[in-house]
Design a protein around this ligand. Structure first.
Ligand code: SF4
Length: 196
């Protein structure tokens, strides 16, 4: 099976539950666009519009240029993604992703690390930090981008490619609360048998 370029969404989903991107690549399913996804898209668009009128104070940055909906690609990583915003200052590149949540999960952090790696490849500049902007709280949370996180992102990409290539179902997430309402729940017989 030829595996196309992976996406930053794959990285986020893999950290959340490794089976989710596996199913997406191996099951011939049309994913429905749910009302929740539509709502998320509208919320992102309205946040971008509001953000363009704000200062950079939430990020502790005095001056910089904001670019919205930036397409990023790395031929080296075979990875692509579109980030909500990148702040370009004289000294650094700062990726920002909006979230409709009130806290920052590990999957969000690795999503940002993947964006940071892509931004570095696309813009040839080092990224040392990124932000999640929590839209319900109108609060920006800084996420340092470390060498260990970059290594983990590379590991996630390799593990996902290997599992899809070999059609080997990854282990389920140990956080079984995530299985409630999961669109792939009916395929996880072993999880259901375990009483999730
Ligand atoms: S049901 Fe649970 S283990 Fe299966 S894909 Fe969904 S979150 Fe992962």
């Amino acid at each position: 099976m030829n595996l196309p370029d992976l996406t930053v969404t794959d990285v986020r989903q893999y950290v959340y539950c490794p089976r989710i991107p596996y199913y997406r690549y191996t099951l011939p399913l049309e994913r429905p666009v749910t009302a929740k996804m539509d709502l998320g898209r509208e919320e992102h668009e309205s946040t971008s519009a509001k953000e363009s009128r704000r200062t950079l104070k939430a990020y502790g940055i005095k001056e910089g240029e904001r670019r919205f909906g930036v397409d990023l690609y790395s031929r080296h990583l075979h990875l692509r993604g579109r980030i909500d915003m990148v702040i370009f200052t004289r000294y650094e590149l700062v990726p920002v992703e909006y979230k409709m949540t009130s806290d920052v999960g590990l999957h969000h952090k690795y999503q940002l690390a993947a964006y940071a790696m892509l931004a570095e490849h696309t813009c040839s500049q080092t990224v040392s930090r990124a932000f999640v902007y929590l839209t319900p709280e109108k609060r920006a949370v800084e996420v340092p981008i470390t060498a260990a996180m970059r290594e983990r992102v590379r590991g996630v990409l390799a593990e996902l490619r290997r599992s899809v290539w070999n059609e080997r179902l990854p282990a389920p997430t140990p956080h079984r609360g995530r299985c409630y309402g999961c669109e792939y729940r009916r395929f996880c017989g072993d999880v259901l048998a375990g009483g999730a």
